[in-house]
Design a protein around this ligand. Structure first.
Ligand code: THG
Length: 369
């Protein structure tokens, strides 16, 4: 595949850590929320093994925050998501599909309840701020909506707990999954959550004070030397094996949450008010006609830049492959596919054509591991 360099500009925003990661050997960027997001530090496969064994520090500032505060903030956040937040608590994160009036997915952020009238939506790659502003204006809500200057550093991998303990003390190891609290670093408080876009364990530091954050970034590398800490980024292989979904790749506005396996985040039975509720009630009672599934292909290499049609054994189209990679764990290509009803049985045979060559494969359940 031919590769191209990225043309930087003000519009394609750098992060406070960009100069650091460029010194540390970033080799590819993607864009996320109009910001640079590192996509590789050399070999994806080497980074994958390292992430599963040790600890990495990621510049994920592209996971921007949409802050919604004010008297009607809880009402607006609930209007945007089908997940029931009526019993939500301060200091907790909630993975929430944001949907439109048709039930189409606008985004799949991690929602942080800072207080009952102050929320952060830690968004995937789409312009949630504009959607939120439109709803607030149309409904005459009393809210403030803006992007605060927050730049997340993720610390991921099995040794992340040891590394964070060295810097923040034992109490950081007691933080529960999807909980957050404030921890001191040289006199500055940092919001730290036990979360991250890998299944290897770890934390996300929501840096609000850039100077202290840069010092913390450097300290993570100093204190992590004996733990073999390395710079990294969300890893395509690890995230597909773990079935962490990527908005814009695996899911988009033409999919509803029930098609994407978000059933437990679709709360149509409580009396909450959200956009698309009627629609989701209807879809739930009728059942979905397409669904995200895993696929395994008899292939050792793939590079997906657009969806690829999937066929059944008789060459009838049955869906599309949306993400894929070579998995060292399965020693074949695995991928995330949207498959039409009734092709949802694990082990069902499928076919795929790449560069006019046909390859066999089979359907499987998500997550792979
Ligand atoms: N962290 C933060 N912001 C983010 C992401 C993140 N914004 C963009 C993107 N990632 C949003 N998408 C996801 C997808 C999956 C998860 C988090 C964000 C995730 N899922 C867990 C899982 O699937 O096991 C837990 C879900 C649950 O059960 O609540 O962590 O990574 N700050």
């Amino acid at each position: 595949m031919k590769t191209f360099s990225i043309a930087k500009s003000r519009r394609l925003r750098s992060t406070p850590y960009t100069s650091r990661i460029e010194e540390q050997g970033v080799t590819a960027y993607t864009t996320y929320n109009h910001m640079l997001l590192p996509a590789a530090f050399g070999s994806l496969e080497d980074s994958y093994h390292h992430l599963k064994e040790s600890v990495q520090v990621w510049d994920v500032a592209g996971e921007r925050q949409v802050e919604i505060n004010g008297k009607d903030s809880a009402k607006l956040v609930q209007l945007m998501t089908c997940r029931d937040l009526s019993k939500s608590k301060d200091g907790r994160c909630y993975y929430c599909p944001i949907i439109d009036d048709k039930g189409g997915i606008i985004n799949d952020p991690v929602v942080l309840r800072l207080s009952s009238d102050r929320w952060w939506l830690s968004i995937a790659d789409s312009d949630v701020l504009l959607f939120a502003k439109g709803l607030a204006i149309g409904n005459n809500f009393s809210v403030n909506i803006f992007e605060p200057d927050v730049n997340i550093i993720a610390v991921q991998g099995p040794k992340s707990f040891k590394l964070m303990e060295k810097i923040f003390g034992e109490k950081i190891t007691q933080l529960k999954f999807f909980g957050f609290d404030y921890y001191d670093f040289k006199g500055t408080k940092h919001l730290i959550a036990r979360s991250g876009w890998s299944k290897q364990g770890g934390y996300e530091i929501y840096v609000e004070h850039t100077k202290s954050g840069l010092d913390l970034y450097d300290t993570l590398f100093e204190k992590g030397k004996d733990l073999d800490v390395k710079p990294g980024c969300p890893n395509l292989i690890e995230r597909i094996e773990s079935a962490l979904l990527s908005y814009g790749n695996d899911i988009d506005i033409n999919d509803n949450p029930l098609e994407c396996g978000f059933d437990k985040f679709v709360n149509v039975d409580s009396d909450i008010n959200f956009l698309g509720k009627e629609k989701l009630i209807k879809i739930k009672s009728e059942g979905v006609s397409k669904k995200l599934m895993g696929v395994k292909l008899d292939l050792k290499k793939i590079n997906i830049t657009e969806s690829i049609d999937i066929m059944d054994e008789n060459s009838n189209p049955i869906g599309e492959l949306r993400s894929g990679c070579y998995s060292p764990y399965f020693d074949q290509v695995i991928g995330i596919a949207m498959l039409n009803k009734p092709n949802w049985n694990a082990n069902q045979a499928i076919k795929i054509k790449i560069n006019d060559q046909a390859f066999d494969g089979k359907v499987c359940d998500l997550p792979f591991i």
